[in-house]
Design a protein around this ligand. Sequence first.
Ligand SMILES: [Zn+2]
Length: 376
Amino acid sequence: MEITIEQALQQGVAAHKEDKLQEAERIYRAILKSYPKDPDANHNLGLIAVSMNQIAQALPLFKMALDVNSNIEQFWMSYIDALVKTNSVKEAKLAIKKAKKQGFDAKKLETLLPQSKVLEARIPYNNCPLCESNNISNSAVGDCSKQLLYHPMIPSIMQWMDCGDCLHQFINGHFTDEALEVIFSKQPENQVVGYQIEEQRYISARIIEKVIPFKSYGTWLDVGFGNGSLLFTADEYGFEPIGVDLRKDGVAALQNLGIQAHCDPVQNLEFEKSISVVSMMDVLEHIPYPKEVLISLYSKMDEDGCLLISMPNSESWLWKLWSKENRNPYFNSIEHYHNFSKTRLVSLLNECGFNIKQYGISQRYRCGMEIVAQRN
Ligand SMILES: [Zn+2]
């Protein structure tokens, strides 16, 4: 089957986002075979080269992308950043001048120059964010600079910490509001309401069917609903859907469809009805202090309410082998604050009043686990 260049590019970007760099590189190269000047394929291939520290190879790719389309700020940023990394500061300054002439914000581009200040991006955790122990020490180090949400104003090094008491692993600090704004200025397309609605319906149905043996009716609150698929499908199964998300666009889109949706941290919300099912799919690892959110959710739920949580499991063999081979993608995951093990998640849920009903693996993201728990 013939696929269009746009489709090929989408596949490449999807693989790229999932950190499947070899596959992404193969697709970008295939595009360039037919269209050697395609700006996106050139640019993204350049990003992969940078991530492998092959800056010299990235430069002509970024240059080509700009020659064909100089209206994309990201192309300028990548090019200037690569020039700085090869110590070509003069050329970088020249490029900034050119970009400025085209109407781009020179101040923002100048942040890429070596003397520019990097954001004070994180508020450090002085204690373990789960058990408050101060017995914490440095652990693995990651590098988020090749992530799609990365911005050069954010430090690229990610220092993970281990708690000596509860054995939880967490990043050394959560982001300031200013840093969050920089990171979330980009919206991944899989977070747009209605994204792949047909394919996602099957994945969502499998998730809902895991809950139904324990709770089969009532309100379904999805925290961080993203593309909305779980709520659409829960509605179909007879639940009353309620969405919470921090992306304003998504909340507005859901409200336009007549679905109750809120744009606030869930712990700040009061709901009219008691909540029967709460789902947090790949959400808890992004929350600075997960325990206070779980305790607050407990107070809003039916006595036999169900909680569904998915996230990567740092106790799986896949995770351990990735780490051993120095290719654990989650150490570089810019928007994650926590690396939960199954054991630590289960004990946290117990501490907050939930009983584990079922363990399963998640198909949503790599190395995912999916836990169904119920209120005591
Ligand atoms: Zn701890």
